[in-house]
Design a protein around this ligand. Structure first.
Ligand code: AMP
Ligand code: MG
Length: 486
């Protein structure tokens, strides 16, 4: 037990849908030490980061809470690689509680790697340092890129060694904040175990928490679905624009809020290949870079199925209404990509820009041109050098069409370049740099990961001291694979 916490925890989720979580305590960490602490997130939560570094803080960040605080393991189901698992849930995680942050927003404070729970199935309930740091780095990068995401508050080693992938590795707990942990899989669990009354309670909680405007709609549950569809279309479009591959888009890893969640075998592409896969277990490429919009839509159809009885008592009418909403995913996604691509290219959105993008993407893929580097080079006027000799003519023709659009826009070149550089990052967490940094951290040196976090936290500001973090992996580097033993 600890004496106090700097947080005032609330538990609206556990009260709203008691059937969807179990009170559960984290395992006690024998020797908790905070390894990485996010002062920015601590500030948002209104707590002193230095206090969290103290032994008392480290105990709290591994789940040792004062008397009177109840922590919970949340229940959910999920389609994993298309196969339905009726009972997943927090197998190695607990919800410490909900915190009202300094801006008045309700945030979940959640721990991952905090020991076995009744949902652990065969798992050991643990997490190890590398993957928890990966989640920290990726979340910070996404946040700094303006992409909705959960964020790490801290990574704390437990003092235990944990067996993973044939090695003993330092055990660790990730403390993260999320606007909630409501997942598509939460709705699936509710539908399967409690039917429409439980789904209704959950949907009401989701509306109050994330999509309050839906409460005023003539059909609130259909409108909730429409809002989740729009949020996910926007989110996946943002992933595609920066070249992010989530890697495990199971329905239990998709939020109702529209935040990115559960960074496992995820990565940013160097060259934007639609078939790019980084997960060692994704043999069929189900969650490849180019598959993500289709998978999001598939997952949203699973969410719709749980909501049907609330949408209309007539099943046929409910299916028609939900299908109508789901068909809005594609145009919403296309619109978000077009808008984002126009900004990346420094041109106004419109039909000509769409055609420009349609012709650019295969050209980049064919030339295996670095996705992130291309847009910065385009602003600097030296993108041509990134193309192999056989493709420079095609690039020149494409660039001339873009030039014509720029002239039509009437803005001067310098301000176009400046605007492009505000949306096109210099620094993303490149696979090979992430791997290096995590390996160093496991060996006891946290400096590289701290440095990487610093670079990706200000992704648009070119800084000479981080030049080594800007480029793609050397062409002869081993293809990167992230193993699922997270
Ligand atoms: P993830 O792949 O991290 O999204 O997890 C999928 C499911 O497996 C969730 O229900 C997790 O709680 C559970 N899980 C993953 N790793 C472990 C572990 N080491 N021990 C217990 N449960 C786990
Ligand atoms: Mg998960």
């Amino acid at each position: 037990m600890t004496d106090a916490t700097p947080f005032r925890f609330e538990d609206t989720y556990a009260r709203a849908v008691p059937a969807l979580s179990l009170p559960w305590e984290a395992a006690t960490a024998p020797d908790p030490v905070v390894r990485l602490l996010n002062a920015d997130v601590a500030g948002e939560l209104g707590v002193d980061p230095e206090a969290l570094r103290e032994p008392e803080g480290a105990r709290l960040l591994t789940g040792t809470v004062p008397d009177g605080v109840t922590t919970y393991a949340q229940a959910y189901s999920g389609h994993q690689f298309g196969m339905y698992s009726p009972r997943l849930g927090d197998g190695r995680a607990v919800l410490l509680g909900e915190v009202i942050d300094a801006a008045g927003r309700r945030r979940d404070l959640h721990l991952k790697g905090s020991g076995r729970t009744p949902f652990a199935r065969g798992g050991d309930g643990k997490a190890v340092l590398g993957p928890m740091l990966r989640e920290y780095v990726m979340g910070e990068a996404m946040h700094a890129l303006g992409i909705p995401t959960t964020r790490a508050l801290a990574v704390t080693t437990t003092g235990e060694q944990v067996f993973r992938d044939g090695r003993m590795l330092p055990g660790a707990v990730l403390a993260r904040v999320a606007s909630s942990h409501l997942r598509v899989g939460t709705f699936q669990f509710a539908a399967a175990t409690g039917g429409p009354p439980l789904v209704r309670d959950l949907a009401d909680h989701a509306i109050a928490r994330h999509h309050p405007g839906a409460a005023d709609a003539s059909n609130p549950y259909l409108d909730l679905f429409a809002r989740v569809v729009r949020a996910q279309a926007e989110l996946v479009a943002r992933w595609m624009l920066v070249g992010f591959v989530h890697g495990v888009m199971n329905t239990d890893n998709m939020t109702i809020s529209g935040e990115t969640i559960d960074y496992g075998p995820c990565a940013f592409v160097d060259a934007a290949d639609p078939a790019a896969v980084f997960s060692s277990i994704d043999h069929g490429g189900r969650y490849a870079y180019g598959q993500q919009p289709a998978v999001a839509q598939w997952n949203l159809a699973r969410l719709a199925e749980t909501l049907l009885p609330l949408v209309d008592t007539d099943e046929q009418a409910a299916v028609e209404a939900a299908t109508g909403v789901l068909t809005a995913f594609a145009p919403a996604y296309d619109e978000a990509v077009s808008r984002g691509m126009a900004a990346k290219l420094g041109v106004a959105p419109g039909e000509s820009t769409r055609a420009l993008v349609t012709d650019l993407l295969p050209l980049l893929a064919e030339g295996r041109v670095d996705h992130t580097g291309f847009f910065r080079a385009l602003a600097a006027g030296d993108a041509r050098t990134l193309f192999p000799a056989g493709l420079t003519d095609r690039f020149d023709a494409w660039a001339a069409r873009r030039e014509a659009l720029l002239r039509g826009g009437g803005t001067d070149g310098e301000s176009v370049a400046a605007a492009m550089n505000r949306v096109n990052p210099v620094y993303i967490p490149r696979n090979h740099r992430v791997e290096e940094a995590l390996e160093a951290a496991v060996g006891g040196d946290l400096d590289p990961v701290q440095r990487l976090v610093d670079a990706v936290s200000h992704p648009f500001d070119e800084r000479p001291e981080y030049a080594d973090l800007a480029g793609p992996a050397p062409a002869d580097a081993m293809p990167h694979v992230t193993y699922c033993g997270t």
